[in-house]
Write a new protein. Structure first.
Length: 349
């Protein structure tokens, strides 16, 4: 077989670890939508998914339980079953000859592992040693939007507050929001007489509530999600001088994360200049027309590929400040789509 062109057209054997989860299911959809050249699809999950099957390109394929022989003959393995699973099985997949695109936080800050958002730093993919990390969902949508502004005016500081949907926490938590919402509305007339009746008895009460904690608490009163946004932004942008501070909040939205973002730049950028730069940015769609009450909302971003930006305006409290509202589907651009985009670049190389 001749190398080069012929090989580029070849189909690849692809495994999805965590295929029955919220992100895994989205991966199947995106591979199909983008006509990814799949020879064999190998759906993998834990023993909890024993007996389940997934539909792919009109075929039912039985899910197999992840084990150390799962990656024989696999060229690309997409992982989305949590950090513990990736820690143990990604090196096994690499040893079997696969390239791993990992959705979990486990390898992201490893200096030997590229952390990639194709619109921002696709050139890093070729440096991989078997594993490429997919960033955190909130970070991905923010850097897609901010990269062109950083290139033009150098961002010195970012202040971000997130409004993260429940789907980010997995398939089970989506069901939890459904159940909690039904339960609250069942007795709404009673509840409306005394809001105190609606006190939470659960650790993660999503419905009609906001939770200012995503992932565990780490140092200095920050959550791990907030630290991920800080460190991953610097790594992806390739600039440790960017200061980032974040507050990450869970909101009772099924799908798509939203972010209020304030930036301070070295060079002055007017709102119109920012709008012009963003209108040419890959992966970005501007929805910003206050006269027609148009702005991005998670309800309309869910199921879409783009990072939506609106409410673009100057922050008059500092000389070089801008405010934005950034919304994107966390299961697609925030996870599955970004991973498949990386895989597409891999097979071209
Ligand atoms: O550690 P991290 O990086 O922070 O990631 C933690 C979690 O975040 C999600 C994903 O959850 C992950 O587990 N996630 C990861 N990356 C993400 C990203 N970039 C992300 N979310 C957004 N953006 P999830 O629910 O989407 O996916 C979970 C999948 O992982 C499989 N899995 C779990 N442990 C496994 C494993 N696979 C192999 N080996 C393991 N040890 C999991 O499959 C699912 O596919 P499953 O078999 O465990 O679950 C199948 C069905 O069973 C239900 N279920 C899940 N847990 C239980 C359960 N039922 C009963 N009891 C349970 N304890 C689910 O409804 C599921 O559909
Ligand atoms: O680090 O919304 O990718 O719960 C993905 C899911 C972080 C948390 C990651 C969520 C996780 C996120």
């Amino acid at each position: 077989m001749t190398a080069g062109k012929v090989e580029r057209m070849e189909k690849v054997n692809i495994a999805i670890v965590g295929v029955t989860g919220a992100v895994g299911q989205e991966m199947l959809r995106i591979l199909k939508e983008r006509k990814f050249p799949v020879a064999e699809l190998r759906p993998l999950a834990s023993e909890r998914s024993q007996g389940r099957s997934v539909r792919f390109n009109g075929k039912e394929i039985l899910v197999t339980i992840l084990n150390k022989d799962s990656f024989r003959g696999i060229q690309i393995a997409l992982f989305s079953a949590g950090a513990v699973v990736s820690k143990e099985y990604a090196p096994i997949a690499v040893k079997s000859g696969a390239v791993v695109v990992d959705n979990t936080s486990h390898f992201r800050m490893d200096p030997d592992v590229p952390l990639v958002v194709p619109e921002v730093n696709s050139h890093k993919i070729k440096e991989h040693k078997g594993i490429i990390a997919n960033p955190n969902c909130s970070t991905i949508q923010m850097v897609v939007a901010l990269k062109p502004l950083h290139d033009a005016a150098r961002i010195k500081r970012i202040i971000v507050s997130t409004y993260q949907s429940v789907s980010g926490a997995g398939a089970q938590k989506i069901q939890k929001l459904v159940d909690q919402s039904k339960e609250a509305l069942r007795d709404f007339s009673v509840l409306a007489q005394s809001w105190k009746r609606y006190r939470s008895k659960e650790a993660s009460h999503f419905a009609f509530n906001l939770i200012p904690q995503i992932d565990v608490f780490v140092e200095g009163g920050y959550t791990k999600e907030e630290i991920k946004m800080i460190k991953e932004t610097q790594k992806i942008m390739g600039d440790d001088a960017i200061k980032v501070t974040a507050t990450c909040v869970r909101v009772p939205v099924f799908c798509a994360h939203s972010e209020s973002v304030n930036i301070e730049t070295e060079k002055k950028l007017t709102a119109n200049e920012a709008r012009r730069l963003l209108s040419q940015a890959p992966g970005v769609k501007i929805i910003d027309d206050p006269t027609r009450l148009l702005y991005p909302m998670p309800i309309n971003a869910a199921g879409e590929d783009a990072v939506f930006i609106g409410r673009i305006r100057e922050d008059h409290t500092i000389p070089n400040g801008l405010n934005f509202w950034i919304v994107s589907d966390n299961l697609r651009k925030g996870a599955a789509l970004n991973a498949v985009q990386i895989a597409e670049i891999l097979i071209k190389q």
